[in-house]
Design a protein around this ligand. Structure first.
Ligand SMILES: Cc1cc2nc3c(=O)[nH]c(=O)nc-3n(C[C@H](O)[C@H](O)[C@H](O)COP(=O)(O)O)c2cc1C
Length: 214
């Protein structure tokens, strides 16, 4: 869920959306990291985020009595160290179940070759892998492995998914690679991932979550 571009009260948008769609959802994501909606990323600040999670959590609990879908917060890779610490503290306080790490970046990493590299907007795919995985590693450390982390950013094969899992993700998502490889990618990636897990002696994905931290 995101707020509308012209909303004065951002929290009211998220709450209305949670009330309406929460009962239909397997999980609900507070997106405070899209670079395309002015002012949206400011909601990642400690006070604003804390209020947002509290209000959306209350709306979901009311709309889905006894059956509240997990609430996640999707964050940007372009956060300061202070932002990262604040987000970790806010999420640990509940009622959000965890974080999706990460959305696209407004940074332009070294080495981009496209003639479009200076365009504004969010950058996804391969160049996002390193910064989004570094953020995932840090959020795992800051939350002591106590919250659900969903790894996303530049995943295009089993090795990438495995790296996210070892960094602390218990779920992964991919978007850009599907544009280039199509839906068959999911099956290939799962086979590759299963092989890598077995080769390293892990009996399940769960057993490998956060392995790089141990
Ligand atoms: C064209 C495009 C549209 C996107 N729209 C959304 C969106 O509406 N909400 C959101 O949370 N993330 C959105 N994302 C971010 C992706 O969900 C994902 O977090 C990001 O692209 C990194 O993953 P990837 O490298 O596998 O693409 C969008 C990304 C792209 C490229």
């Amino acid at each position: 869920m995101g707020k509308n571009r012209d909303s004065v009260d951002a929290a009211a948008d998220y709450v209305a959306c949670a009330r309406r769609l929460g009962p239909l959802a397997d999980y609900v994501v507070i997106n405070v990291s899209s670079p395309n909606t002015p002012g949206l990323r400011a909601l990642q600040g400690r006070a604003a985020l804390s209020r947002l999670i509290r209000d959306v959590g209350a709306a979901l609990a009311e709309a889905c009595p006894g059956n509240m879908p997990p609430l996640l917060v999707k964050i940007a890779p372009d956060l300061t160290g202070q932002d990262r610490e604040d987000i970790a503290a806010v999420v640990l306080a509940g009622p959000a179940a965890g974080l999706i790490v990460s959305n696209t970046t407004v940074a332009r990493p070294e080495g981009l070759r496209s003639r479009h590299r200076a365009e504004s907007g969010g950058l996804s795919g391969r160049p996002l892998f390193a910064p989004s995985t570094a953020l995932l590693t840090e959020m795992y450390r800051l939350t002591d492995g106590k919250v659900v982390l969903v790894g996303v950013g530049g995943i295009s094969d089993g090795a990438d998914a495995y790296a996210k899992i070892r960094a602390g993700a218990s779920l992964v998502q991919l978007y850009t690679a599907l544009v280039y490889r199509g839906p068959g990618l999911v099956d290939a990636l799962k086979r590759d991932l299963a092989q890598r897990l077995r080769a390293d002696g892990f009996e399940s994905v769960a057993a490998a979550v956060g392995a790089d931290h141990r």
